[in-house]
Design a protein around this ligand. Structure first.
Ligand code: ACO
Length: 326
């Protein structure tokens, strides 16, 4: 059977680190409050001259290097982002150009924090149908440019970064086993960015019509996120007749520590199987899962045939899971 196997991972974090202590200087907040409510201690912030396509390109180069492939070996570049360089063209087009991946077609995918899981599922369809042989799936975000740095209820959560994987079609049992995606658009108003779309096209200019920032009802998002991530994880386990004890790792979207620990607890997952780096990078939205995956992979944490479950929830609401045999 043809399966989509990850043959390379890469990631990139901007150099500048913003700690909770730094935030204490400009906001009515404290390291103690942020750590106890979110588990986040610091986040990385893109430099003035850095854009989402730059972060994505570095992560992609590192993934290609690990896979021992050239950019010209890639058929499709898929960038999961909601903070792309522009509304259009797609950030994936800029990445294609920066990489020199001349043979690849490229597009962006907008599913907020679930973007990488949606990207894996989409790439898997292309690979198994034979419409592509090698695909770069990248999650890349610069949330620091869309958060309101005076709103302590949201700005403390997010960070910038990018992660990438190279997927290749292979015969055998290893690779993506299943994907389960879900959407409930009726709840979009609980988590969204008001400005920059057709409803508020003036955004980007100064003045009262400039509404670029994130709006979130944190308590409500928390409740729905835990429930939805548990359901998506269980769906994957049931569909593949896998017991939670057989998982090598759960790599969830790194929203915040409390969401992740509550999800793991409800699933009955031992704490050492929960992959978490939110303390060091914050919530990097679509970049969070491939960032955590690359970190785990590069420190030798993964062995062939390990069962790895990716699980995400975010704005839309959009959520889902992908189960993979490494
Ligand atoms: N520092 C200090 N005090 C704060 C801060 C802060 N940064 N932010 C809020 N507070 C205050 C509030 O003003 C409030 O004060 P009040 O009681 O005097 O009114 C108090 O703390 C409690 O506020 P809550 O919003 O009830 O705090 P809560 O315990 O719900 O924690 C949080 C907020 C961390 C956002 C939580 O709701 C949460 O984790 N939600 C999930 C949202 C999330 O992770 N979103 C990311 C995007 S979606 C995703 O990735 C899945």
């Amino acid at each position: 059977m043809l399966r989509s196997r990850i043959v390379g991972t890469g990631s990139y974090l901007p150099e500048r680190v913003l700690t909770n202590k730094d935030l204490e200087l400009t906001l009515d907040t404290s390291d103690e409050w942020i750590v106890s409510r979110t588990g986040i201690r610091q986040r990385h912030i893109a430099g003035d001259g850095e854009f989402t396509s730059d972060l994505a390109t570095v992560a992609a180069r590192r993934a290609l290097e690990m896979a021992e492939l050239e950019p010209t070996d890639i058929d499709l570049i898929l960038v999961a982002t909601v903070t792309g360089d522009f509304s259009w063209p797609a950030t994936a087009c800029l990445v294609q150009s920066q990489l020199g991946a001349h043979g690849a077609f490229a597009f962006d995918l907008s599913a907020a924090c679930s973007g990488f899981v949606y990207g894996l599922a989409t790439a898997d369809s292309y690979l198994r149908s034979g419409n592509a042989r090698r695909i770069l799936v990248i999650g890349a975000e610069i949330f620091s440019r869309i958060v309101d740095w005076t709103d302590r209820t949201t700005c403390i959560l997010f960070g910038d970064g990018a992660g990438a994987v190279v997927l290749e079609a292979h015969e055998g049992d290893r690779g993506i086993l299943s994907s389960h995606l879900h959407t409930d658009g009726s709840q979009w108003g609980l988590l969204f960015q008001l400005g920059s779309g057709s409803r508020n096209p003036s955004c980007g200019q100064e003045g009262k019509n400039c509404l670029p920032h994130i709006h979130m009802q944190g308590n409500e998002v928390f409740k729905v996120a835990v429930r939805a991530m548990c359901e998506a994880a269980e769906e994957a386990l049931i569909a593949n007749a896998v017991d939670v004890g057989q998982l090598a790792y759960l790599i969830p979207h790194q929203a915040n520590r409390r969401i992740l620990e509550a999800t793991a607890k409800r699933l009955g997952l031992p704490p050492d199987k929960l992959v978490m780096n939110v303390d060091r990078v914050g919530n990097t939205s679509g970049a969070s899962i491939p960032l955590a995956l690359d970190e785990l992979n590069r420190c030798g944490g993964l062995s062939p045939n390990d069962l790895v479950l990716f699980d995400a929830f975010g704005g839309g609401f959009a959520w889902g899971s992908v189960l993979l045999r490494w």
